[in-house]
Design a protein around this ligand. Sequence first.
Ligand code: ARG
Length: 463
Amino acid sequence: MSEDNSMLWGGRFATGPSAEMIRLTGSIDVDLALLECDARATKAHARVLVAAGLLDEADLGPIDTALDTLVEEWRKDELVPHPADEDVHSLVERELTDRLGDLGARIHAGRSRNDLVAQDLRLWCRDAAGDLLEDLAGLVETIAGRAEEHADTLMPGFTHLQPAQPVTVGFHLLAHGFALARDLDRMSTARDIADVGVLGAGALAGTTLPLDPSIGARELGCEGLFDNAMHAVSDRDFACDLVYATATLGVHLSRMAEEIVLWTSPLLGFARLPEEWSTGSSMMPQKRNPDMAELVRGRAAGPIGELTSLLTLLKGLPLAYARDLQEDKAVVFRAVERARGCLAGMTAMVGGLIFDEARLAGAAALGGSWATDVAELLVARGLPFREAHEVAGRLVAAVEDSGEELAPEVLASHHDLLQASDLARLAPARSVAARASHGGPAPARVKEQVGRLRRRVLQLRQA
Ligand code: ARG
């Protein structure tokens, strides 16, 4: 742009930066995504200027119309940036000036791109957190529905991926559901933390103009107002909070995805994915692969990496603004896009999983999963737990050696306190029903948990 020097800050320069410098430092490719937020922030700022007597009330109509048209053109992909548009803020100001002349040129009074970009990104993060919250609420509701449907469907519960104690599919799904409920809390908090008006902070130290930033914040529907101008332009913690929320969400979705991969392996055969959410192999005709689950697991790596990028980007920056901060946006956008894609895939898979109830029930009875119940039965009849554990252990060894199922007389022969008739209560369904302790897998407890989970979603949706 050395020929026309049409940058926003041309005054003190004779020629301006080279085209190469603009190409290498510009951010329009990424931050054009903030256009709608920039238009909202600009409308709010125009109202601040009217209140300060720096614009007329009558100027607002043309400004709003020009900004709305700009957003419309962008949505239709009709907006072509000028080579001198370093970033979205430069583009909006230039377009306003092209369209409104002198009026457009007045808009940047008492404002800097430093407070503007912080405001735009806050608006974007607030919206994104709201969208993620809705998507996530949809997944949690889907889980609650499937858990209710399968409150009685038996399955093995694992520790160390070894059969541990029988549980139900509903109980297992809810374990994921409650992890995701905490993600809902985190999204809601991230939304609140972003919800602060920072217009009026200027470049770093406010302005001599008689601007009232509370007007801008109110126009933008922000709950909070910045306390310190220097902090307002240099702070990106709100972005970190949102990315952190996507990272923990990613971890939770990845653990779920991993279980879908395991459950749908024919070797376990606990569930199948519907055809719409499975893929075949180009060579092996028998294959029905869980690619979506594997991609959720793989893509969850994204937000974790983005969080590290963002924290690393911030850690060495002197106050106030430094251009490094421009790099925050791609990171935040990517993390949110990844998280939303993973949520959509997971919601579809959870909704569509077809459980093989007979196979699950069979697996629930395997591997001596009755052993803890035998020990607890002996404890209830007066034996110290350590002794009871010994007896149950010997019983497991005996059954394993025999290669047969546990038989009533074998059970009775292992301790005076045990009877042949006890065998019935060791069946997985009885075992699960008997574990009615707080938060336990008994179907009645699972139904309570479904209710609690649904209420949590409702509260957060209304917050
Ligand atoms: N594109 C810049 C960013 O995203 C906007 C702020 C530029 N401010 C400046 N003083 N150069 O951070």
